[in-house]
Design a protein around this ligand. Sequence first.
Ligand code: SAH
Ligand code: SF4
Length: 440
Amino acid sequence: MTDANQTPSGPSGAGPMPIPGHIDPVPVPRPNLVEGVTPREDGRLDLIGLPKKRIAEMFETAGLDAKAAKLRAKQVYHWLYHRGVTEFEAMTDIAKTMRPWLAERFVIGRPEIVEAQHSSDGTRKWLLRTADAHDFEMVFIPDADRGTLCVSSQVGCTLNCRFCHTGTMRLVRNLTVGEIVGQVMLARDALGEWPKGRMDFSFGDGIDGADVADDEEEGSYTSDGRLLTNIVMMGMGEPLYNFDNVRDALKLVMDGDGLALSKRRITLSTSGVIPQMARCGEEIGVNLAVSLHAVTKDVRDEIVPVNKKYGIEDLLQACADYPGASNARRITFEYVMLKDKNDSDDDARELVRLLKKYDLPAKVNLIPFNPWPGAQYECSTPERIKSFSEIVFRGGISAPVRTPRGRDIDAACGQLKTAAEKKSRAELERLYAEKEKELG
Ligand code: SAH
Ligand code: SF4
């Protein structure tokens, strides 16, 4: 058995006899040995997005014995997700000889930052790029008592909510687990928010004689006073149409030895993909937000076309059945205020009636419509929004009006869209018709 202290030279012993004269220039694991992980051009494999078990498998494939692989995976996992290091050289409890071995075979990736913008109200927006050159966006919204990161789940969206700029894009592809958790990690990088100081746990068996950095002050480890306190899956895309990747990414975010953010501080927003809602509650357990936006079939069919497939009453029933919903953990209903479309007093009364009919532990977020070039709607007047809000409040349901944030840099709800090319109304209608056909 390989000693855990030993730095292996590769999968020697188990591999084929060397072929005389044949030189294999890069001694790295073969792509077909690591399912689902695409190697970089230099053959190295990105660890970001992998859970501890997969990291251990990768280390074993690369030549460590099972016990050593498991131990290394535990250490590396902690450094990656809990401490945010991006270089193996910084992993101070891993033997100095082992670190180059890791660096030859693996990388610790982040999405590439193409552009970073700052709004006058403090909101920050990043244009990010995947390794295969697709652009997507992430937004950070600081408030007095919290800081919320708005994370994307897809590049584009298959749905075509008529008031949403992202809806004018085709779906390019789902984001991977690494690209989703990578957004949160990038935000921590940018905000300088990785825990500092000594590691606050021990691996117990003293392997390597852990040379914890001397330059770090003992006891300075802290997770309090952070800027980034909340996550909302409300960026580009429909998270429940990329369920597995969103779930696996949020597991890394919620893991106490990972990014360690409580599930109570994470909210997933869906336009109402009913079949995945129960799984969201059971397998992820985060707060749910539902983009309701209308109370009649006609209007919701028009502005949130997925309603033709999953109607309002079924949606509210699925909310009533959402695992974990309670008065302490209410479901948020998002309602975008569109002038003369969904903003009458009757609409407000119907909203109260519906939420009560299903006995929902609900709160309503009224979102003033954020305009974008070519949008066919206008925002309701402030008086209309106030009247709507008061009716819902009087019905016993909290209905605050959200202050739009980051409008000056197109970072507000529904303004996210990359590779912006202006489409004519006729082109948009064609795109919407195609998307609806695909939706079935
Ligand atoms: N696809 C998911 C999450 C992303 S959208 C969903 O639809 O729920 C995040 C929120 O912004 C949703 O409630 C969405 O309906 C809302 N939104 C979209 N476009 C908007 C716009 N132009 N103005 C205000 N809110 C908008
Ligand atoms: Fe997609 Fe959500 Fe925009 Fe609808 S509101 S088009 S589901 S991102």
